[in-house]
Unconditional design. Structure first.
Lengths: 442, 318
C-alpha cells in the first residue's frame, strides 16, 4: 500500500515540475517576442530576464534587499495560503468557492472593526488580547458570510457559484459603506485619502515574535505561523477525522453520502462556513499587520486579488492544504522575481504570464503523469467512482428526447462525478472509496 | 424614466451577450469560466485596432463602420484566444475549471505585459470623439427615444446576434446537435455526431460573443478605456446565465432586470421620491445582487444545468 502511495506522490511531483518547466519555457518565449518587438531590448535581455525571474527574491541586488524581499515573500504568501486552503476545502466537498474575495473582505472588516476601535497603546499584554479577539471576530464574520452560499445551495438548490459572485459584490459595498461611516478610524494624515489607520496606531498589531529582526525591513510577522498551522490542521481534519471523511464523501458523491447516513446539507453548509472562515482569517492576518493599510474607499469597485488568486493556489496544489502552502510560496517567489524584472527592461506582468501558464499546464498534469508512467491506471480511476453516474446516465439514454429540462437523477450526479475525480486524483490516496472508508474507520 | 431605461439598455447589452456566450459553451458541455479573460482579451485587441485605425486615418470618415469592424475584430480575437480553452478542455480532457481560471489570469497578464512595453501604459485610452459612437436622436417621441436616442450601435448588434443565435441553437440541426453534446455526449456520438467538433464550435462561438461583449463594455460603460479588467462583468454574466437557467429568454430577463436595478442608483438623484430618501450609493449598489439572490431562492428549485457540463468527453464511458 505504502508503495503505491510513494509512487503516486512521486508521479504528481514530477508532473508538477513538468508543468512549471513548460510554463517557464513559454514565458521565456514571450520575453523573446517582447524583446524582438521592442527596439530598446535585445534577445540577450530575455536571457537576463529569465535568470532574474528564476532568482526570485535572491535576485534583488544587495544582501539587505534579498533578506527583506525574502521576508516579504513569506508575508505576502500568508493570505494566499489562507484563501487557497479555503478554496481547497470547498473543492473537496464538491463546491467551487469563488467567493473567497468577499469572505476575505468580511474578515478584514470584522478584525479591523475590533482592532482599530480599541486603543491599547502602552499596554502590550492587552494589545495581544485584542488582537486575538480581532482575529476571532474576523473569522466569525467570514464564516457567516461563507455560510450564505452553503445555505442557498443546501436548502434552495441554488448554484453556489452565482451566490458567491453576488455575495462578493455585496461584501465589497458593505465594507466601504461601514468604514466610510466611521470617521474615527479613517487616516486623515497628509496625503492620505480613503485609507484606514493601521494597527500600529492602536497598538493591536500582529506580534512580530522576532521575525522582523531575522528578516529586517520586511513585514513578516506571526501570521505566517498561524496560516501554516491552520493549513496543517485542515489537512489533518480532512484526511484523519470522520468529519473530514464525510466532507470528502459529500464531494465524491452526495447521494452516496446521504445513503450512508450522512447529513449532506449540514456538510455543505459547514464546509462553506469553514471555507469562509479561512479566507476571512487571510484578510484579518494581512491587514492586522501594523504596516499594512486598508484602502476602504475603493473596495467597492474592485474585489481583492487575494480572493481570486486563492483559486489557482488551490488548483495548482491539487486542493491539498499542505501543497497549497508550498504553491503559495512559489507563486510569491515568482512574483518577486517579476518585480525585479524592471532591471532587465521587462515589466512585472511577465511573472503573471508564467504563473497563468503553469496553471494552464496544471490542467493536464494528469496527462503528464500518464506520460511519465505508461501504466493504464486511468481507466480504473475513472470507472470506480463514476459507476453510479454511469447507471443514471444509462437511464437517461432511454428517454426519447435528450435535452429535456426535466429533473433527472443523471443531472444531479453530474457534479459528484467531477468532484470525485479530483478527490481521487488529488489526494494521492487509493482511489477506491471503499478502501478509503476502511482507513477512516480504523 | 426614459433616461433610466436608456441606461438600462446600455448596461444590459454586454451582460446579455456574454451570458449567451456562457450558455453556448455550457450547452455544448464545456464550463466556460474564462468569460472574463476572453472579454479582456477581445476588448484589448479591439482597442489596439481602434487606435491604429484612428492614427492611420482608416475608416475615420465613417465612425460607425469603424465601430462595427473593431467589434468584429474583438470577437474574432477572443474566439482565437478561446481555442486555448478548447484545446485543454476538449482535446486534452483537462479540468475545465483550471483551464478557465488560467485563461482568466493569462489574458490580463499578457495584455498588461505587451501594453506596458509597447505603449508604456497599462491602459489604452481611445480618442474621445471616436470612443463615444453615441447615436443621438433627441427629437423622437418618448417611447422610441428609449431605443433610438443616446444609444450605441453595439446594442443593436448585440440584440440582433442574441435573437439570431437563440433561434439558431433551438431551431437548427447543428444547434440541436450541439445541445445534445451538453446533455449526453455518448448518446450523441452513437448517432454519428462529432462531439469534439461540436464542443469546439460551442466554445469558439462563446469566445466570439465574449469578445464582442468585452469591446461593447469598454466602448460604452467604461467610456473607451481599455484596462486589464472588465469590472467582474464576465463572472456577473456567468451568474446571469445561471439565473436564466441556461435558456436565452431567462438570460434576457436576467440581464435586463440586473441592468435596470444597477442603473437605479446613478439616476436616483433625478427621481423625486428616491432623491428625498437620501440613501447612500452603496445601498443602491447592493440592490441588484440582493434581488437576484432573493429571486433565485424563490425560483431555483428546478435547474436546467446541462447534464454533461464539465465532464470531458470519453468515448469509452457509457
Amino acid at each position: 500500500m505504502s508503495n503505491i502511495f510513494k509512487k503516486q506522490g512521486f508521479k504528481s511531483v514530477c508532473a508538477s515540475i513538468l508543468c512549471i518547466l513548460c510554463g517557464l519555457i513559454i514565458g521565456f518565449v514571450v520575453m523573446v517576442i517582447l524583446s524582438l518587438v521592442n527596439d530598446s531590448l535585445t534577445v540577450s535581455d530575455a536571457f537576463h530576464g529569465l535568470t532574474i525571474l528564476l532568482g526570485g527574491p535572491f535576485s534583488s541586488g544587495t544582501a539587505q534587499y534579498v533578506v527583506t524581499n525574502l521576508g516579504d515573500m513569506i508575508f505576502y504568501a500568508t493570505p494566499l495560503i489562507m484563501t487557497g486552503v479555503s478554496v481547497a476545502i470547498a473543492y473537496k466537498t464538491g463546491l467551487f468557492n469563488i467567493g473567497a474575495a468577499g469572505q476575505f473582505l468580511m474578515g478584514t472588516m470584522g478584525s479591523l472593526l475590533v482592532a482599530l476601535n480599541i486603543n491599547t497603546t502602552g499596554k502590550p499584554g492587552l494589545g495581544i488580547l485584542v488582537w486575538v479577539l480581532a482575529l476571532i471576530v474576523g473569522a466569525l464574520f467570514g464564516m457567516i458570510w461563507g455560510a450564505i452560499p452553503g445555505l442557498f445551495k443546501a436548502f434552495f438548490n441554488v448554484n453556489e457559484v452565482i451566490v458567491c459572485i453576488m455575495t462578493n459584490w455585496i461584501a465589497a459595498n458593505v465594507v466601504t459603506w461601514v468604514f466610510s461611516s466611521m470617521p474615527q478610524i479613517i487616516n486623515t494624515g497628509s496625503g492620505k485619502s480613503g485609507y484606514l489607520i493601521t494597527t500600529s496606531v492602536t497598538g493591536n498589531g500582529t506580534p512580530k515574535i522576532g521575525l522582523d529582526k531575522l528578516f529586517s525591513g520586511s513585514y513578516l510577522d506571526l501570521g505566517i505561523i498561524i496560516a501554516v498551522a491552520i493549513a496543517i490542521m485542515i489537512y489533518i481534519m480532512l484526511t484523519k477525522t470522520t468529519f473530514g471523511y464525510e466532507l470528502r464523501a459529500c464531494g465524491a458523491n452526495k447521494y452516496g453520502a446521504r445513503y450512508a447516513g450522512m447529513n449532506e446539507k449540514r456538510n455543505i453548509v459547514l464546509s462553506m462556513a469553514i471555507a469562509g472562515g479561512l479566507a476571512a482569517v487571510g484578510g484579518a492576518i494581512y491587514y492586522l499587520n501594523p504596516g499594512i493599510e486598508f484602502k476602504f474607499s475603493s473596495a467597492y469597485q474592485k474585489l481583492p486579488d487575494y480572493g481570486f488568486n486563492g483559486i489557482p493556489a488551490a488548483l495548482l496544489g491539487s486542493s491539498n492544504p499542505i501543497a497549497v502552502i508550498f504553491v503559495s510560496l512559489f507563486i510569491r517567489y515568482l512574483s518577486i522575481g517579476g518585480d525585479n524584472l524592471s532591471s532587465a527592461g521587462f515589466n512585472k506582468y511577465i511573472a503573471d504570464v508564467i504563473i497563468a501558464l503553469i496553471i494552464y499546464f496544471a490542467g493536464f498534469s494528469r496527462l503528464f503523469g500518464d506520460l511519465l508512467s505508461r501504466k493504464k491506471k486511468k481507466a480504473a480511476v475513472t470507472a470506480a467512482p463514476a459507476a453510479p453516474g454511469a447507471i443514471a446516465a444509462a437511464v437517461s439514454v432511454v428517454r426519447p428526447e435528450i435535452m429535456g429540462d426535466k429533473d433527472t437523477p443523471a443531472e444531479k450526479l453530474k457534479e459528484p462525478e467531477k468532484a470525485s475525480d479530483s478527490v481521487s486524483e488529488v489526494l494521492k490516496e487509493p482511489e477506491n472509496p471503499e478502501t478509503d472508508g476502511k482507513e477512516a474507520e480504523e | 424614466m426614459v433616461f433610466l431605461l436608456q441606461k438600462t439598455l446600455v448596461y444590459a447589452a454586454p451582460l446579455l451577450i456574454v451570458a449567451l456566450a456562457g450558455m453556448f459553451a455550457e450547452r455544448s458541455g464545456v464550463i466556460n469560466l474564462a468569460l472574463e479573460g476572453e472579454m479582456v482579451f477581445g476588448a484589448f485587441i479591439g482597442a489596439i485596432f481602434a487606435q491604429t485605425f484612428v492614427n492611420a486615418g482608416i475608416f475615420t470618415d465613417n465612425v460607425q463602420l469603424m465601430f462595427l469592424v473593431v467589434l468584429l475584430i474583438s470577437g474574432v480575437s477572443a474566439a482565437v484566444f478561446s481555442l486555448l480553452l478548447s484545446l485543454s478542455a476538449v482535446t486534452l480532457k483537462a479540468d475545465q475549471t483550471i483551464g478557465g481560471t488560467a485563461l482568466n489570469m493569462l489574458a490580463p497578464a499578457v495584455m498588461n505585459a505587451f501594453a506596458l512595453s509597447l505603449f508604456n501604459s497599462e491602459k489604452i485610452q481611445m480618442p474621445a470623439n471616436f470612443a463615444g459612437y453615441v447615436i443621438k436622436n433627441p427629437d423622437l417621441p418618448a417611447f422610441v427615444q428609449i431605443f433610438g436616442d443616446k444609444a450605441y450601435l453595439s446594442t443593436y448588434v448585440i440584440v440582433i446576434l442574441f435573437v439570431v443565435l437563440s433561434v439558431w441553437i433551438y431551431k437548427t440541426r447543428t444547434g440541436l446537435r450541439m445541445r445534445s453534446c451538453g446533455e449526453h455526449p455518448q448518446a450523441a456520438a452513437s448517432v454519428g455526431i462529432n462531439v469534439f467538433k461540436m464542443r469546439y464550435l460551442g466554445t469558439t462561438i462563446s469566445g466570439f460573443l465574449a469578445g464582442i461583449g468585452g469591446y461593447a463594455y469598454i466602448a460604452t460603460i467604461a467610456d473607451g478605456t481599455a484596462e486589464s479588467s472588465v469590472g467582474g462583468m464576465g463572472f456577473l454574466a456567468l451568474a446571469i446565465m445561471i439565473f436564466g437557467n441556461w435558456k436565452p429568454l431567462g438570460i434576457a430577463l436576467g440581464a435586463v432586470l440586473f441592468g435596470f436595478l444597477k442603473c437605479i442608483g446613478p439616476v436616483s438623484s433625478s427621481i423625486d421620491f428616491l432623491s428625498k430618501m437620501k440613501l447612500p450609493m452603496y445601498f443602491y449598489n447592493i440592490i441588484p445582487y440582493v434581488v437576484v439572490l432573493v429571486v433565485l431562492a424563490l425560483t431555483a428549485k428546478k435547474s436546467g444545468v446541462p447534464k454533461a457540463e464539465g465532464i470531458p468527453y470519453d468515448k469509452g464511458m457509457r
